[in-house]
Design a protein around this ligand. Structure first.
Ligand code: C2E
Ligand code: MG
Ligand code: MG
Ligand code: MG
Length: 290
C-alpha cells in the first residue's frame, strides 16, 4: 500500500500532495472507526467519570469537583477526552453522551450526600451542541427530577468560544437553565476573543481562568498581569473565578493574595475515579464554607 502510494506520488511528480492525501484517507478512516467504537462505548461500560477536586481558597479545602470523562478502550487502551470529545461532537453522539455524564454526576452527588460527604457542587462540561438542542432544558430538568439532585449543586461549564458566538436562542437556553437553579461557568476564560460586553448580557455565575495564564506564574510577568486583570474583572461583574491548572505552591499563594475564589490543579489533586474521590473528600472537605 505504501509502495503503491509512493509509485503514484512519483508518477504524479507531486510527492507531498499524494502522501498527504494518502494519510488524510487513513485519518478519516481512523476517525470513522473510533466514532463507531464510541457509540458502543456509551452502551457498554468503557466510559468512566473522573473527578478533580476544586479548592475554596478562603477555606483551603475541597468544596466541589469537576467531572472529567475517561474512555478505556478495550483494544487501544486509554483515550484522552481531547481525542474523542471532538469525534462525539461531529457525530452528534455528544448529545446522549453528555446527557449520560450529567445523569451520572447527579446520581454521584446524591450518593455522596447520602454517604455524609456532601460536595457543594459538581462542575459538568457541556458542549454547545447539547445546549442548542431544543429540548435540552427539559431534559436537564428531568434528570434533576429523576435523581433528586438539587440544580444548585450542579454547574455547567461551557467554553468561551461557544458562549462568544451565541445566538439569541442560546442565550434564552442559558437563561432557562439559570432559572432552574444550575450554575453556569465559562471554561477556558481568556483564550477566546473575549468581548467583555457579553459578560453582562449572559446569565453566568463563574469564570474559569484558563490554565495557560496560570502555568507560567510567577515567571511570566504578562501572565501575572492577565491573571490579575481577569480576577479584577470577575470582581467588577460579580463573578467568582476558578483558576485552572494550579501546579505550584507559588501559584497557589499568588491566587490567594489576589483574592481568587477557587483553585483547581495537580498541586491539590489529579482527576481520580469515584472511590479515590470519596476517600479524598472524606478527609479534605471544607466544612465551614458557603
Ligand atoms: P477542561 O474542561 O478545561 O478540563 C481541564 C483539563 O485540565 C482536564 O483535562 C484536566 O485533567 C486538566 N488539568 C487539571 N489540572 C491540571 C494541572 O494542574 N496541570 C495540567 N497540565 N492539566 C490539568 P482532561 O481531563 O484531559 O480534559 C480535557 C478537556 O476535555 C476538558 O477541558 C473538557 O473540555 C473536555 N471534557 C472532558 N470531559 C468532558 C465531558 O464530559 N463533556 C465534554 N463536553 N467535554 C469534556
Ligand atoms: Mg471544564
Ligand atoms: Mg477548563
Ligand atoms: Mg483550560
Amino acid at each position: 500500500n505504501g509502495d503503491m502510494a509512493m509509485y503514484k506520488a512519483k508518477e504524479a511528480g507531486r510527492n507531498r500532495v499524494e502522501f498527504y492525501n494518502h494519510s488524510m484517507t487513513e485519518y478519516v478512516q481512523e476517525r470513522v472507526a473510533l466514532t463507531a467504537d464510541l457509540r458502543r462505548a456509551l452502551e457498554e461500560t468503557e466510559l468512566e467519570l473522573y473527578f478533580q477536586p476544586v479548592i475554596d481558597l478562603s477555606c483551603g479545602r475541597c468544596v466541589g469537583a469537576e467531572v472529567l470523562l475517561r474512555w478505556q478502550h478495550p483494544k487501544r487502551g486509554f483515550i484522552p477526552p481531547d481525542k474523542f470529545i471532538s469525534l462525539a461532537e461531529e457525530s452528534n453522539l455528544i448529545v446522549p453522551l453528555g446527557e449520560w455524564v450529567l445523569q451520572q454526576s447527579c446520581m454521584q452527588m446524591q450518593q455522596w450526600i447520602q454517604n455524609g460527604v456532601p460536595l457543594q457542587f459538581l462542575a459538568v462540561n457541556v458542549s454547545g451542541k447539547q445546549v442548542l438542542q431544543t429540548d435540552f432544558v427539559e431534559r436537564v430538568a428531568a434528570i434533576f427530577a429523576e435523581t433528586g439532585c438539587e440544580p444548585q449543586r450542579i454547574t455547567l461549564e461551557l467554553t468561551e468560544s461557544f458562549v462568544m458566538h451565541q445566538s439569541e436562542f442560546a442565550i434564552a437556553q442559558l437563561q432557562a437553565l439559570r432559572e432552574l437553579g444550575v450554575g453556569i461557568a465559562i471554561d477556558d476564560f481568556g483564550t477566546g476573543y473575549s468581548s467583555l460586553s457579553y459578560l453582562k448580557r449572559l446569565p453566568i455565575t463563574r469564570l474559569k481562568l484558563d490554565r495557560s495564564f496560570v502555568s507560567e506564574i510567577p515567571h511570566e510577568t504578562n501572565d501575572i498581569e492577565i491573571a490579575r486583570a481577569i480576577l479584577k474583572l470577575g470582581d467588577a461583574v460579580n463573578l467568582r473565578v476558578i483558576a485552572e491548572g494550579v501546579e505550584t505552591a507559588e501559584q497557589h499563594e499568588f491566587l490567594l493574595q489576589e483574592g481568587c475564589a477557587f483553585s483547581q490543579g495537580y498541586l491539590y489533586a489529579k482527576p481520580m475515579p469515584i472511590d479515590a474521590m470519596q476517600t479524598y473528600i472524606s478527609t479534605n472537605l471544607c466544612v465551614n464554607s458557603h
